[in-house]
Design a protein around this ligand. Structure first.
Ligand code: NDP
Length: 315
């Protein structure tokens, strides 16, 4: 089992230190058919538990799950079976508030709000508390759940005060939605987890969060090279190839390092144990400022969003 010192980011209110790279349980678990994920509602799936145990063996201590991924039970089982003390892990989970996608409505799995969701989570994962609990997305309509964003945030504060989660935050919130929370909150969100990569640099949200001491976490950081939907021959391909030679790294490391060096915490995932281990090399090199800036500049010449386009790019 790998044992290494992982750099951390510090959360402003609690001072808690969150491992600066996280392993996600959300997308593309390539060993599984989608139908297998239904296991996660009641029983752990052996192949998924195996993936998370491999991630833990590779050195990951920051694990990211969510109610709608149906992987809570698998992550909880892997943590339990690892034999590693709970205090060494950082575990994040998210309330499924319901979704509006492709013209369809998906009702929340816990329509009365995040309190109902975290109670189910802790029971499924056999945990007394989470390190971080998030509202997963920006959809608050009568069809998705029975609470407004303001009411949901009040429940989040209750969750924090009762010690069910040490930190509370949001995911996929834009600036207007964050401002609605600010108007009613006793405690500000500590984290906003958003899609963030070189083709989606989200300057407005990132600047706002930095100004307000909210840590930004990046999901899908590898999109520019490893999303089938981005397409081939995009503007970064040449510079990524050149810089990979210069720093003697693979493209995934270069993309993760750019995210980390921009002050944002990357969440990644893999079903490949070699790749899981390799990920930790992002802390072994540093992009020179001119290379960092050139990646940023060329990335800005192309736009790609993989998630929640109907919310963020509404007119
Ligand atoms: P990444 O951008 O890290 O993509 C991971 C994928 O890239 C894996 O399928 C992996 O495949 C593939 N990959 C990596 N390197 C290579 C390579 N060299 N060649 C081919 N494929 C490669 O992350 P995700 O989009 O999965 O997001 C990470 C986590 O973020 C999720 O698991 C989830 O926890 C969270 N998330 C949160 C969302 C939210 O709304 N809050 C939305 C989406 C994700 P392989 O398995 O073969 O290594």
């Amino acid at each position: 089992m790998e044992s290494r010192k992982i750099p951390t980011f510090s959360l402003s209110r609690s001072g808690d230190r969150i491992p600066a790279i996280g392993f996600g349980s959300g997308t593309k678990q390539k060993r599984l058919k989608h139908s297998d994920l239904r296991y996660g509602m009641k029983h752990a799936h052996p192949a998924l538990v195996q993936t998370f145990k491999e991630a833990i063996d590779a050195g990951f201590r920051h694990l990211d799950t969510a109610e709608c991924y149906l992987t809570r039970i698998d992550v909880g089982t892997a943590v339990e079976q690892s034999g590693i003390d709970r205090s060494e892990f950082w575990i994040t989970d998210k309330w499924d508030q319901g979704w509006l996608m492709d013209g369809k409505v998906f009702k929340s799995r816990s329509p009365s709000g995040p309190y109902e969701s975290i109670k189910k989570c802790l029971e499924l994962m056999h945990l007394s508390h989470l390190n971080l609990f998030l509202i997963h997305g920006p959809y608050f309509t009568k069809e998705t759940c029975n609470v407004t964003v303001e009411e949901a945030w009040k429940q989040m504060e209750q969750i924090y005060e009762e010690g069910l989660a040490d930190n509370i935050g949001v995911s996929n919130f834009d600036v207007p939605l964050l401002k609605r929370v600010f108007k009613v909150c006793k405690y500000k969100p500590q984290v906003d987890q958003i899609e963030y990569h070189l083709y989606l640099q989200q300057k407005e949200i990132v600047d706002f969060c930095k100004k307000n001491d909210i840590l930004v976490e990046a999901f899908s950081p590898l999109t520019p090279m490893f999303s089938d939907r981005v397409g081939k021959n995009r503007p970064l391909n040449d510079i990524i190839a050149r810089l990979c030679k210069k720093y003697n790294v693979e493209p995934n490391l270069l993309l993760l390092r750019w995210v980390y060096q921009s002050g944002v915490l990357p969440l990644t995932t893999s079903s490949n144990p070699q790749r899981m281990k390799y990920t930790f090399k992002i802390f072994d090199f540093e992009l020179e400022p001119e290379d960092f800036n050139e990646l940023q500049r060329i990335g800005q010449t192309f736009h790609y969003r993989g998630f929640f386009e109907n919310y963020f790019e509404r007119k």
